[in-house]
Design a protein around this ligand. Structure first.
Ligand code: ADE
Length: 241
């Protein structure tokens, strides 16, 4: 049973999440479940109860646990704990010149999210590797809120190889991130709709090294992400998704 008044919001980094925590006055509840590092915040956005999980800091290296591993776990534990009617994944991501992406643009994932770094050249396994997890049909939201739309592809590296780019293009990817496909996989397994909201910090095929551009634009992108995430949640709540 899912609870129709309750959305689960999954974000990887605390710095990405702080603007929406502050904007919506979400309250820090504590660690979701021992011994995991996942941090739980909770509050209302319009009429909607929102449980926000961030992956927390790595016990060994002290940095945010970005990537698919921790996100799979936080999504599963969050879905078990809150029985949400919708799983929303908000984060920052890389965009592409070939889609005329600009720093600070926000995309909604549609019609699918997939992996770009799971290469398994065995019969049947190739498609399994990519995943191709369907998203919520975000077309009307994108149109009404003026957001961009496209395929999000996920890998566990911030930078990229030529092969990554080849496979992103093959899958018509326009947004490159490190979590979406893992979160969508859990949502799909549980039969819960997945919405991906991604704001661009860096242009993957541009001239600035990804890590420099990411750090330069993280604050601006996270601010935009908070604004757009609140708008999307309000829209979904008002339209009874
Ligand atoms: N998050 C922000 N920028 C990214 C990129 N270029 N690749 C993967 N994840 C990202």
């Amino acid at each position: 049973m899912t609870n129709p008044e309750n959305f689960l919001l999954i974000m990887a980094m605390l710095d990405e999440a702080l603007p929406i925590i502050n904007k919506q006055n979400l309250q820090y509840i504590g660690k979701l479940k021992n011994p995991f590092t996942i941090e739980h915040y909770s509050g209302k956005i319009e009429s909607m109860q929102v449980n926000l999980l961030v992956n927390g800091k790595c016990n060994v290296y002290g940095v945010d646990q970005i990537g698919t591993q921790a996100s799979t776990l936080s999504t599963y534990l969050g879905a078990e704990a809150f029985k949400p009617s919708l799983i929303i994944n908000a984060g920052t991501a890389g965009g592409f010149l070939w889609d005329k992406a600009k720093i600070g643009d926000t995309y909604l994932g549609y019609p699918k999210v997939c992996y770009h770094d799971r290469r398994i050249n065995l019969p049947g396994f190739k498609e399994y590797g990519f995943g191709y997890f369907p998203t919520y049909d975000c077309r009307t939201i994108a149109k009404e809120l003026g957001l961009r739309l496209g395929v999000i592809t996920t890998g566990n590296s911030l930078d990229f190889t030529d092969k990554d780019i080849e496979l992103i293009k093959e899958n018509r990817g326009v947004v490159k991130d490190m979590e979406a496909a893992s979160i969508a996989w859990v949502a799909n397994q549980l039969g819960i709709a997945y919405v991906g909201i991604k704001t661009i910090t860096d242009i993957v095929d541009g001239s600035i090294p990804t890590e420099d551009e990411f750090i330069m634009n993280l604050k601006l992108a996270s601010h935009n992400l908070a604004e757009k995430t609140a708008e999307v949640i309000s829209w979904l709540a008002a339209n009874k998704h």
